[in-house]
Design a protein around this ligand. Sequence first.
Ligand code: ADP
Ligand code: ZN
Ligand code: ZN
Length: 738
Amino acid sequence: MKKNFAEIIVDISAESLDRPFTYRVPEELAERIQIGSVVSIPFGSSKKPIRGYVVGFAEQTTLAPETVKPLKELLTDEETVEARLVRLAVWMSRNCGSTMIQALRTVVPIRRKYRAVVSRTVSIADPAAAGDALAEAERKHYAAKARVLRCLLEEQTMDLAKLERAASVPLSVVRKLADEGILQIDSSEELRLVLKEAEKLPPDIPSPEQQSVIEAIRSEWNANGRPVLINGVTGSGKTVVYTELAADMLQQGKQVIILIPEIALTKQTVMRFVKRFGDKVSFLHSRLSGGERYDQMKAARQGAVSVMVGPRSALFTPFPNLGLIVVDEEHEDTYQSESVPRYDARDTAVKRAELEGAHVILGSATPSVLSARRAETGTYLGLILASRFGGSRLPETEIVDMRAELQNGNRSIFSMSLHRGIEEALASGGQIMLFLNRRGYSGTWTCRSCGSVLRCPHCDVSLTHHRSGRMICHYCGYETPVPKVCPECGSAQIGGLAIGTEQIEELLKKDFPQAGILRMDADTTAGKEGFESILSSFAAHKADILIGTQMIVKGHDFPAVTLVGVLCADMSLNADNYRSSEQTFQLITQVVGRAGRGERPGRAVIQTYNPDHFAVTAAAAQDYRTFYREEMSFRTLMEYPPAGYMTAILGSAYDEALLTQGMHYLRAFIDRIDPRGVLRTIGPAPEAIGKLKDRYRQVIYIRNADREKLILAKDRIEEYIALNSGFSKIRIQFDFNR
Ligand code: ADP
Ligand code: ZN
Ligand code: ZN
């Protein structure tokens, strides 16, 4: 395509990111201009040309030729953070399946019409006149006026609101004195920074093991600058490594972004960075108002802060000289955006760093298979922290076979061993965490006698119980009737495993009436402070037992916890996706890692129907390597990522029949453009959540070892959909991160 016309956005931080405007590209610029280029353009009635960002090109335009102005010049020296973020958006729109505008809205902090917080200070403009005025006010008994002048003559300058209170006078009195030229009122815009005060503490001295990891990273940065993956056991002190290297950056006048999962974004975590960097730190969290959020971004842009701590979206903090991006707990799913553009914050961090000459550190006790694979192949530098800081040992673990418990007549949700463990911990004053694995889908069918789960014969993922009363595969659409007995062992003890945290609390109260119990789930954490307050009462030892789901896995260090119980390791194992073993390994390892962080050794009891599953045994042994080897061989066999790439084509519509028809047309189209089946297409199948907000949802997967093939297929599919009116009532989205 010839770049005859450019689509240009004029103000990327405006609320609506208005539609792009079309400009003619002068011939001599056509070769150099690119998407993301900064250009100067004539605009409106303004005499001075303004700055714009190129977001697309066209060969032709339907606009009248005389209305299309040529752009003026290419501003190649304008290396602003905005220009770099626009280039990141270009990459996102292509790689994550979104329009350029959707990508820009994600990447650029949007200025809405928030009322700026203005602070006003009052000072004496004319000291001699003020003295005279005070004498006169006292003589004439103008008490209010006299109080104002006395306050100010003493303080010289005061915050207006404070002065009003101190002198208890209305604003009009102060205003009048200002009009007379005796006082002066200055207003300045104030940023709503989230950290009001901050006290710095001396930094932790890195242990020898931590120090060697820090040195290895420094020399990598001097040599190749690959992204670094730190695989550090729970409690090994990854944060010390992050803060040391972040301090290097600050010393060089650079800035640092630290991403942590939303769920770990507690006061305790943020304070660890504040203690090191004081008021140079800001953080983003979901409870900030839009205006507060915008102000944090502005502070970062202006250099008022240099370290931004926050969830996924903090990745787009507009630091002008970004040095480092840390992604802590990099295995967490929250790094994948669920809305368009469906970007992966880890890959996007690596891309942003590449565009801006910055570095990336990914850290986890249980790295994602994807990142571990990259470390194995040398795309990333992989480093290991093998021991806990301060010599505390990893907990002893015991795997309990729940099938045997059933055979021995124990029908309780607590195994004999866990029951005894709770008794002992309570007796010795230790704290207990009980983790209920609710991850994954409760619609899977498990045999309580032999532990087997109904699986798809084609995809090797769990089948899910569907409202039609059949078992369904969410990848390929395979269906089978709900079995009455276990196909493996013939037992009738087969069905869904469903139990809630509330039920567990009831059972605990019955068995251990003396214990103080806290429960953390969606119900108890609904309030603004719910999450934080439950964690801090448990940390203050105001209760003996904390029951919870995924939420209790992170965020706080509880040194008094001596026992961790994993009530049902299998739920996530049975999740209906190819990452179920990975998720199970991560959950169990992380939760087991909560025990024994203090001086007293810890113990963990893992209850499961699959005691021999490698994800369970490797987690119990805290053995990442074994887990990774087994998992990679499964992925390779099935060509699931990272052995290949997989893209989900998500269709949704209010009309189920229309959706089914459309998705079958789409499948037929893919088969036409891919007659030899290199895309290994599967589906359509109903999505795990088959209906959401009244829209039916179906999915087709395409897989290939070459990501570019999937992107090209996406482009063809998008063209097909655009030309086909049958798709006007079906929404099609792409997810490259499945
Ligand atoms: P991880 O994130 O790897 O699980 P943390 O960074 O939370 O580990 O560290 C675990 C505990 O050890 C924390 O309480 C931390 O303050 C402490 N710690 C780690 N390294 C040091 C150090 N070098 N000096 C003092 N305390 C440390
Ligand atoms: Zn069975
Ligand atoms: Zn299947």
